[in-house]
Design a protein around this ligand. Structure first.
Ligand SMILES: *Cc1c(COP(=O)(O)O)cnc(C)c1O
Length: 421
């Protein structure tokens, strides 16, 4: 099993105490409070380096998908390791630049880019716009023309393959809103080629998230390559092929391909080609590098079920409510008492506000729990529902723990609001 599929290397028990690298989570709770996201610097760096090594035989660029976790410290760490970035909004563009990311390593994905967002990205001189429709292609050409610029583009091709993942995070099927239809791509590349303010640099595809099988990746890549060959006959050539992100991690008992196997499959499919490979991993870099630390506020014994009501909720970690996603939940201090089956729920007024179902734990009021594999799509999807300030974020490296995002204050929550007069 490769590093990214397990969190136990940087998150493990020492004398019944769950630690992140060398620091017990209990100390982190004491210093920074709960709920709190805690990340391991080493786990993050390791996952990134595994990708680098696995792709080293090819010219490549790893564009971290910012939406998985957009904290500046995480972006900065990845930028220092050499990463590029896959962004989906002007907000993410500004985050990457503020974190010291290189503009010429940014690819801009997303089906709804506004003219203002295009302007900002053109001003910054990003590497490539991953264009997702004919209308977007026209708009980008116009915006670039007004600015006297030439926009580097790639078309996001929808290969119509089934990624066999949760329907909400499957993006490469005909019925999805993403990308341009495979059958439309040829015509659109021709159109781009005759547009004065567009420059074709690549082709791109991304079929979904949390993929645990290599077959859909290979099928999508092969379909793309067939298109690349067709276009070569018309003298349309590419500097890079962007094979997307989507590699899954282990949350429960899935066995996703290792980073090495994944990279080798991509390299194999690209055999004999000279284009640079771009990948857009998000979850696999950060997912198992973070936990959500929470405290048990109450134990409540209902007629049918036992509840552990914790101080984290669906606004902090939305994945269970949104996708019925599983996160392993571990006690921060291992107790030896009898176990009980608990529903792990938050204080929010929604039945969907749960973090785990039917978990067997030995806990008492006031205990701390670690919700594992919470580094990706945790904090970045959090909200202020129920006027709950967002959690603090802490990065741990060895013996050092440092806040990388202060806990939000209630005053911040309504600072932009005005009484109507
Ligand atoms: C979300 C997204 C990714 C990253 O997906 P992961 O499953 O986190 O690796 C990559 N590319 C695009 C276009 C995306 O929308």
């Amino acid at each position: 099993m490769s590093e990214h599929t397990k969190y136990s290397n940087c998150f493990k028990y020492q004398d019944s105490q769950l630690c992140v690298e060398n620091i017990p989570l209990e100390n982190i709770a004491q210093r920074f409070g709960t709920p709190c996201y805690v990340y391991s610097h080493q786990a993050l760096s390791n996952a990134y380096r595994q990708f680098e090594v696995a792709l080293q035989s090819r010219e490549h660029l790893i564009c971290y998908a910012v939406k998985a976790n957009s904290n500046l410290a995480i972006l900065n760490l990845l930028a220092k390791l050499g990463a590029g970035f896959d962004i989906v909004s002007a907000g993410e563009l500004q985050r990457v630049l503020a974190a010291g990311g290189a503009a010429n390593k940014i690819v801009f994905s997303g089906v709804g880019k506004t003219a203002d967002e295009m302007k900002l990205a053109l001003q910054a001189d990003i590497l490539c716009f991953n264009v997702e429709s004919s209308a977007e292609l026209e708009r980008l050409n116009e915006v670039a023309k007004k600015m006297g610029k030439v926009a580097p583009i790639s078309l996001r091709v929808n290969p119509d393959v089934d990624a066999k993942t949760h329907p909400y995070i499957s993006t490469g099927l005909k019925q999805n809103k993403f990308g341009v239809a495979y059958t439309e791509a040829l015509a659109l590349y021709r159109k781009a080629q005759t547009s004065k303010n567009l420059r074709i640099v690549g082709m791109d595809c991304h079929i979904g998230s949390q993929l645990t099988d290599l077959a859909p990746f290979i099928a999508a890549t092969e379909k793309m390559l067939a298109l690349v060959d067709m276009l070569a006959q018309e003298d349309i050539r590419f500097e890079h092929l962007d094979l997307g992100g989507g590699l899954g991690i282990q949350y429960q008992d899935e066995v996703p391909p290792s980073i090495v196997d994944y990279a080798q499959a991509l390299i194999g499919a690209m055999h004999g080609r000279t284009e640079k490979i771009i990948v857009e991993p998000g979850r696999v870099l950060v997912g198992n590098a973070g936990v959500l630390l929470t405290k048990v506020e109450y134990l409540k014994h209902g007629e049918e079920k036992h509840f552990a009501i914790v101080d984290a909720a669906m606004n902090d970690l939305m994945r269970p409510a949104l996708y019925d996603a599983y996160h392993h939940i571990q006690p921060v201090h291992k107790n030896t008492g009898n176990k009980q089956t608990y529903e792990i729920v938050g204080p929010i007024c929604e039945t969907g506000d749960f973090l785990g179902n039917a978990r067997s734990l030995s806990i008492t009021q006031g205990d701390l729990l670690a919700i594992m594999s919470a580094g990706a799509y945790g904090m970045s999807m959090s909200s202020n529902y129920n006027s709950r300030p967002r959690a603090a974020e802490v990065m741990v490296s060895g013996d050092v723990a440092q806040v990388i995002r202060e806990r939000e204050t209630v005053a911040q929550l309504f600072s932009g609001e005005k009484i109507f007069v």
